[in-house]
Design a protein. Structure first.
Length: 276
C-alpha cells in the first residue's frame, strides 16, 4: 500500500486564515477545518450543552408569611398644625399612610395645640355598659371626642372562674368599626364587630368578637382625610418628582386658634396601638 509523505518540508494552507504554515503544525478542529496550532479553537461547551433538568422551585412544606402587626412611627418635630377649623394637618416626611387609614397620636407633650388638648388627640372613653360578643352598640361615658365614624379598639380581660383558683385571665383585643356616633346618648352604633383598621394602606388580620365589661377603656382614632404632597427637583429623570409630606384628618370639634406644635417626639399609631 502506498504511504503518504510526512510533510517534513511541506506547507499547508490554513482553512481559517488562508496563510501557509508548516505541514506538521497542522491540527484538525471539531468542525473538520484544518488550521495552524496558533489558530486552533476548541469546541465551545455551549454548542453541545449537557442535559439539565428544571431547578426545583416549590417548597414541600411552604407556609404563607404571617402578616406583620402595624407598629407606631415617629413624626417630625412639632408635627401638628391647627388653623381654627376642623381640619388638622400633620407633617410626616415620606408619609406612607393612605386615605382612610385609622391613626391616633401618642406622646403629645404640648398641653394643647390650637386649643385642641393633647387628650383629644389620642381619644378614649370608658365603656358605660356591658357588651356581649354580639352587641350592636357601644355606650360610653362620652363619645364627643370620637369622629362621626371610624374605628375603636377595646382591650378587656376574661374573668377568672370561681371554681378554678389556677385560672389565668386572658387579654381580649377587639377592633370595631362604627358608622354612627350619637353624642346625645354617648352611643356608637351601626357596628362591624371583629374587624381591624387599615394602616399604611394595609389591613392587619381581623380580630375576634368578645364580651366586654363596663369600665374598660375604649380607644378611638382619626381617619386620614388626605395625603399632602409637594414637588421637588430631581437630579435624574424626571426633572421633578412628587413626594408625600404628611396628611390631614378631621377633628370632632374645630380648633380655636392657628398654631403649630405637639412636641419633639410625637408618634402616630394604629388604632390597635401596635398590639393587634
Amino acid at each position: 500500500m502506498a504511504k503518504f509523505s510526512s510533510g517534513k518540508y511541506a506547507q499547508f494552507i490554513s482553512d481559517r486564515s488562508g496563510m501557509a504554515f508548516p505541514y506538521q503544525e497542522m491540527v484538525v478542529e471539531w468542525t473538520g477545518a484544518r488550521v495552524h496550532t496558533s489558530e486552533f479553537e476548541p469546541k465551545s461547551p455551549q454548542v453541545s450543552p449537557k442535559p439539565h433538568g428544571a431547578d426545583p422551585q416549590a417548597l414541600e412544606h411552604a407556609r404563607p408569611r404571617s402578616p406583620s402587626i402595624p407598629s407606631p412611627g415617629i413624626l417630625n418635630p412639632d408635627p401638628l398644625s391647627m388653623n381654627a377649623t376642623t381640619t388638622a394637618t400633620v407633617t410626616l416626611d415620606n408619609c406612607q399612610l393612605k386615605v382612610g387609614d385609622a391613626v391616633t397620636f401618642l406622646n403629645v407633650t404640648d398641653n394643647a395645640v390650637g386649643g385642641v388638648t393633647n387628650v383629644l388627640l389620642s381619644p378614649f372613653a370608658t365603656l358605660a355598659t356591658n357588651m356581649t360578643d354580639s352587641s350592636t352598640t357601644i355606650v360610653c361615658d362620652s363619645t364627643s371626642q370620637f369622629p362621626s365614624s371610624g374605628f375603636v379598639f377595646i382591650q378587656s380581660f376574661s374573668s377568672p372562674a370561681s371554681t378554678d383558683p389556677n385560672y389565668v385571665p386572658e387579654k381580649n383585643f377587639e377592633v370595631i368599626k362604627y358608622e354612627t356616633n350619637t353624642t346625645g346618648t354617648q352611643t356608637l352604633s351601626n357596628l362591624t364587630r371583629a374587624t381591624n383598621a387599615p394602616f399604611r394602606g394595609i389591613t392587619p388580620p381581623l380580630t375576634s368578637a368578645f364580651a366586654h365589661t363596663a369600665g374598660v377603656t375604649v380607644f378611638g382614632a382619626f381617619n386620614v382625610a388626605s395625603v399632602t404632597t409637594t414637588t421637588k427637583n430631581n437630579p435624574g429623570e424626571p426633572s421633578q418628582i412628587t413626594v408625600n409630606t404628611g396628611f390631614t384628618f378631621t377633628l370632632p370639634t374645630a380648633a380655636t386658634a392657628t398654631e403649630v406644635g405637639g412636641g419633639p417626639n410625637v408618634y402616630f399609631s394604629p388604632v390597635g396601638r401596635g398590639i393587634v
